[in-house]
Ligand binder design. Structure first.
Ligand code: DGL
Length: 262
């Protein structure tokens, strides 16, 4: 028998695989389950009330069906609204992903940072508080009225992406005179690191940062705690679950396989 730590990841779609990859890097020995709430994608266009109740429903179901050492909410839109509810209800360690505003403010030379996130994340009180607490001395240009998550989701599954679609979403940055453009942009949605290449092509001088690596380290730190739950299994098996009937089933299966899911 093998003694393992099992971690549940959760996102609205395949974007959260950007965080998953980083967590795997720092914790290669863990067994992973990933729950994709694709039936409810995109989260970024839904109201707070609707999202809290949906996240409660799907996460509670997953946690009652299997046992885990920790939960990673690999979604900024979910984390910035549902973490207090999840932590109140469940006792396992929970790691949320929120926009990397603090490191961005520290890195910016110009004192101008961009925040690219879903419409919901940009509007959140949590995000406003992050900016007040950590980027008070910076000008923060938040862009959230164009949901790039759909573009990233399509790229991940079909490999297809139109640069023009990304360009449309970056317009608020591109239209600024160079001196007023941010020198650091926070990718405040776990889908966006999958579009890093396209964003870099359009904004070559800007530094792009996300929370992935920090989450990888945080999960390692949590799992190293002596009282963390472990489980005995015959063999380590990483599994992907999703909530809805899928278009591009074959492509999705191939994507999951490429990330090591059985
Ligand atoms: N991946 C999610 C995030 O980090 C949201 C994408 C969506 O469903 O709108 O915010």
């Amino acid at each position: 028998m093998l003694k393992i730590k099992r971690v549940l990841f959760f996102d609205s779609g395949v974007g959260g695989l950007s965080v998953y990859k980083e967590v795997q890097q720092f914790n290669p020995e863990i067994e992973t389950y990933f729950l994709f709430d694709n039936a409810f994608f995109p989260y970024g266009e839904k109201s707070d009330e609707v999202l809290i109740s949906r996240i409660d429903e799907v996460v509670t179901k997953a946690l009652s069906r299997f046992e885990f050492s920790a939960l990673v909410v690999a979604c900024n839109t979910a984390s910035t609204i549902a973490l207090p509810m999840l932590r109140k209800k469940h006792t396992l360690p929970i790691v949320g992903v929120v926009p990397a505003v603090k490191p961005a403010a520290m890195l910016s030379q110009k004192g101008i940072i961009g925040l690219l996130a879903t419409p919901a994340t940009v509007k959140r009180q949590y995000t406003k508080r992050l900016i007040d607490d950590f980027a008070r001395d910076c000008e923060v240009i938040a862009v959230g009225d164009c949901n790039l998550a759909t573009v990233a989701e399509r790229k991940m599954i079909t490999g297809k992406v139109e640069l023009a679609e990304v360009e449309k979403c970056l317009r608020p940055f591109l239209d600024l005179p160079e001196a007023r453009q941010p020198d650091v942009i926070v990718l405040g949605c776990t889908h966006y690191p999958h579009l890093r290449e396209e964003i870099k092509t359009l904004l070559p001088k800007v530094r792009l940062i996300d929370s992935g690596e920090a989450i990888g380290r945080r999960v390692k730190w949590l799992l190293d705690a002596p009282d963390v739950s472990t489980f005995e299994v015959e063999q380590k098996v990483n599994r992907a679950f999703y909530t809805g009937v899928l278009k591009h089933e074959a492509e999705r299966q191939a994507l999951f396989k490429s990330f090591g899911f059985a």
